[in-house]
Write a protein that binds this ligand. Sequence first.
Ligand SMILES: CCCCCCCCCCCCC[C@H](O)CC(=O)SCCNC(=O)CCNC(=O)[C@H](O)C(C)(C)COP(=O)(O)OP(=O)(O)OC[C@H]1O[C@@H](n2cnc3c(N)ncnc32)[C@H](O)[C@@H]1OP(=O)(O)O
Ligand code: NAD
Length: 255
Amino acid sequence: MFKGLVGLVTGGASGLGKATAELIIKQGGRVVICDLPSAPGANTAKALGENAAFAPVDVTSEKDIKNALQTTVDKFGRLDVAVNCAGIASAARTYNFKKDQPFDLELFRTTVEVNLVGTFNVIRLVAGLIGKNAPNADGQRGVIINTASIAAFDGQIGQAAYAASKAGVVGMTLAIARDLSKQGIRVVTIAPGLFRTPMMELLPEPAIKQLEASVPFPPRLGHPHEYALLVQSIIQNPMLNGETIRLDGSLRMQP
Ligand SMILES: CCCCCCCCCCCCC[C@H](O)CC(=O)SCCNC(=O)CCNC(=O)[C@H](O)C(C)(C)COP(=O)(O)OP(=O)(O)OC[C@H]1O[C@@H](n2cnc3c(N)ncnc32)[C@H](O)[C@@H]1OP(=O)(O)O
Ligand SMILES: NC(=O)c1ccc[n+]([C@@H]2O[C@H](COP(=O)([O-])OP(=O)(O)OC[C@H]3O[C@@H](n4cnc5c(N)ncnc54)[C@H](O)[C@@H]3O)[C@@H](O)[C@H]2O)c1
């Protein structure tokens, strides 16, 4: 299905990004895993074989992403699909009256910097390489897929920074799709609900169980592979563009 396709996945050393990289390889494609130097990206790529490579990056760094794109060209000669999975979670009340403490501004800045600014940094740079491809019969040169969250719409208590960062990803999706439409590059965002990944496991197990029980159907956390299946569908469907797709078992989170 993806024979000849070259993908780049940020946050590809863990969770949803890792599952996406695994699916691209399984479907015959090649992939560059971009993740922090401290993440197990090299081992992840090694385990996926010669069609996978690791590029250590911080998504907020222009230099790192440009280096990753050079690695992509050196190893695989082109780029067709970029998937932005890199992200961080934060949780604190806007004002903690128990501790008489306001939300830490640096934590707010970092959350937005990585999740929103980092995602845009990758988009603005990968578009240049994807845009060099010859168009297919439909005029398409490639696809960019971003990861928001249902927190963009349902933000629970403690998620002001996280929700703002993800709402920003949702908000810029259509604008960027329009910006890149003349070059035949589609831009789609996925807003996952609850998936069993290391990020989700930052929450106390009782909280996870409570969240899991709140999913109407299926009443469970999603499997990262199920996120990757939506990535596959987006790549395959040329009419998907400029939209954010919730992937949440019809969950609408309570406060
Ligand atoms: C910088 C490191 C940050 C580490 C925390 C990251 C957590 C976020 C993980 C998100 C993962 C996926 C996100 C994804 O996009 C999809 C979602 O959005 S799923 C929804 C995720 N929900 C939250 O993130 C809720 C975050 N809120 C909280 O953790 C707490 O409300 C709070 C902001 C820390 C405030 O807690 P308190 O003021 O102490 O009072 P609470 O009564 O709210 O909490 C008591 C106790 O329960 C734990 N808890 C956390 N979330 C919930 C919940 N949804 N339901 C019930 N209990 C919850 C909370 O952590 C407290 O635990 P304790 O402090 O006693 O250890
Ligand atoms: N797990 C869920 O329930 C859930 C739900 C909705 C949205 N999301 C979003 O999905 C994406 C993937 O999350 P996950 O659950 O797989 O989490 P995860 O923590 O397993 O993976 C996130 C990856 O991003 C990397 N990363 C973090 N900051 C980075 C940076 N500055 N530069 C490069 N890489 C960086 C981490 O090293 C990690 O490998 C995130 O954007 C997250 O906000 C997750």
